[in-house]
Write a protein that binds this ligand. Structure first.
Ligand SMILES: Nc1nc2c(c(=O)[nH]1)N(C=O)[C@@H](CNc1ccc(C(=O)N[C@@H](CCC(=O)O)C(=O)O)cc1)CN2
Ligand SMILES: Nc1ncnc2c1ncn2[C@@H]1O[C@H](COP(=O)(O)OP(=O)(O)OP(=O)(O)O)[C@@H](O)[C@H]1O
Length: 199
């Protein structure tokens, strides 16, 4: 079985695990993650922070978005701009959205609005599974891995910081890393902030 095959079956299990969470756990996690992120000093002062529009049981970021707006920090959402390629667009709560090919809402924008991955300070990444070393399993599109491939050879946290957002129930023991995988610098869950360079 290749890394890709093993991941496919793991994805199904992880989707089921996330789907099974109770509404009360989702509410607690949305609040808890917003608090956990505030333990990261850079998160309170950095200018450009990218998140995602939660779909399919992903951990919702609306509390994070309003906290950032209150501090005048810029919040951005991803836009698919090519094969395995993400760009980012500054977005304020209530601004226009349109659906992408997967039915995920993206900001409506002009070319001039598009920011490249390297322009960001912090990226909050959706995920299906994570481990404490910064391993991440997503939907398998390779969008984040390819867009942030320029960070792959780093040996410490550098900009943009990659922060996985997860329910603690999404933690895995150890994810076998594929050569293209870009490790997370931190993972924020409702239980706290994990520094992936620490272990
Ligand atoms: N909220 C959110 N936005 C995001 C991501 C994400 O994971 N979550 N992405 C993170 O990369 C990018 C989109 N990547 C995606 C990759 C695969 C599928 C997906 O649903 N794949 C289906 C197969 C669909 C098809 O073949 O057309 C599947 O897995 O069943 C969705 C999004 C950018 N925006
Ligand atoms: N830098 C890259 N260059 C070329 N192909 C890549 C690159 N990164 C990932 N891929 C391809 O993308 C596919 C999906 O990768 P992976 O399973 O790691 O996605 P994921 O992290 O689960 O998804 P996503 O990042 O979209 O949330 C892999 O099969 C791999 O072949």
């Amino acid at each position: 079985m290749t890394v890709d095959d093993a991941r496919q079956s793991l994805r199904a299990e992880l989707r089921a695990r996330r789907k099974a969470l109770h509404a009360s756990e989702r509410i607690a996690a949305a609040n808890g993650v917003a608090e956990s992120l505030e333990q990261l000093a850079d998160f309170l002062v950095d200018h450009r922070i990218a998140g995602y529009w939660a779909i399919d049981g992903e951990l919702p970021l609306h509390i994070v978005v309003s906290n950032l707006a209150r501090r005048d920090q810029q919040y951005c959402l991803p836009r698919i701009t090519g094969p395995r390629q993400l760009s980012f667009v500054p977005w304020k709560s209530g601004a226009d959205l349109e659906s992408n090919r997967y039915g995920i809402p993206e900001p409506v924008c002009t070319k001039e609005d598009l920011l490249e991955p390297a322009d960001l300070d912090i990226v909050l990444l959706p995920l299906l599974g994570f481990d404490r070393r910064g391993g991440r399993i997503g939907y398998g599109g390779g969008y984040y891995d390819a867009s942030f491939a320029f960070l792959r050879e780093r040996s410490e946290a550098t900009r943009p910081l990659l922060v996985g957002i997860a329910y603690s129930a999404q933690e895995l023991d150890l994810i076998e890393l594929a050569p293209w995988d870009v490790r997370l610098d931190y993972v924020a869950t409702e239980r706290g902030l994990i520094d992936c360079w620490e272990s």
